[in-house]
Design a protein around this ligand. Structure first.
Ligand code: RET
Length: 262
């Protein structure tokens, strides 16, 4: 039986320290959560799920072989960063009923690059990655998020901003399907890595498509009225899939590969 090491205790303590002030501050507004505010309830549910996922990914780093530990650590960082932002977003939503756009995008600006790093790390764990893959995925991410933010924050009309964001995302898809990252994964022999890479790729296609859909329904479908309820509930559900489920897929491969090689 393995004993949980000092390192993971440190990681958990860090997570708790970071999360606690936010939990405490959120408690001040908790009584404002109405029983019919389903978007607010989704913010609460997801913030708790993100905390639990963070503890899980960090503890499970102890269970997998060395080359998979970084992947699980990154998964835990994604859910940790998102959990803290969800506390703030939840407060803003419950208190004002307005979209917490700035916090949403700060969260994405940190977590989306970390998710892109996962692709790179997975390929690197099997010795198939070049640094250019990493930089191209970063450029695509920045174009996508800056475009979206300009539109949602009102710096640019919502349609052109949407198109800029779509171009960034399409560039990412090109890289992971047909570009160097796609080829590197195809040439690589481990069946587990191949299947992980392909599942992750579909998450970036189908799972990430939910965000532009939310943007479309929130800003573009209703003429001049912004539908904040639809927008936020769609973004929230998308985060469960793209942050927690994404991490679980990586965890699954990491555990399978580690068990097979031990
Ligand atoms: C954890 C958060 C994630 C994975 C966020 C992903 C966000 C996107 C894929 C956003 C995409 C958008 C477009 C493709 C068009 C413009 C509007 C955005 C920013 C919502």
């Amino acid at each position: 039986m393995k004993v949980v090491s000092n390192k993971s205790i440190t990681a958990l303590a860090t997570a708790a320290l970071v999360a606690f002030p936010s939990i405490a501050s959120a408690a001040g507004h908790a009584s404002n959560l109405r029983s019919d505010d389903f978007v607010g309830i989704s913010f609460w549910l997801i913030s708790m799920a993100l905390v639990a996922a963070t503890a899980f990914f960090f503890i499970e780093t102890q269970r997998v072989s060395a080359k998979w530990k970084t992947s699980l650590t990154v998964s835990g960082l994604v859910t940790l960063v998102a959990a803290v932002h969800y506390f703030y977003m939840r407060d803003i939503w419950v208190a004002t009923g307005e979209s917490p756009t700035v916090f949403r995008y700060i969260d994405w600006l940190i977590t989306v690059p970390l998710l892109m790093v996962e692709f790179y790390i997975i390929l690197r764990a099997v010795g198939a990655a070049s640094a250019m893959i990493f930089w191209r995925l970063m450029i695509g991410t920045l174009v996508m998020l800056v475009g979206g933010y300009l539109g949602e924050a009102g710096y640019l009309a919502v349609w052109p901003a949407f198109i800029i964001g779509m171009l960034g995302w399409i560039y990412i898809l090109y890289e992971i399907f047909a570009g160097e990252a796609g080829k590197a994964s195809a040439e690589q022999s481990s069946a587990a890595v191949k299947s992980a890479f392909s599942t992750m790729r579909w998450i970036v296609t189908i799972g990430w498509a939910i965000y532009p859909l939310g943007y479309f329904l929130g800003y573009l479908a209703g003429g001049s009225t912004v539908d904040a309820n639809t927008l936020n509930v769609i973004y929230n559900l998308a985060d469960v899939l793209n942050k927690i489920a994404f991490g679980v897929i990586i965890w699954n491969v990491a555990v399978n590969e580690s068990d097979a090689s031990s």
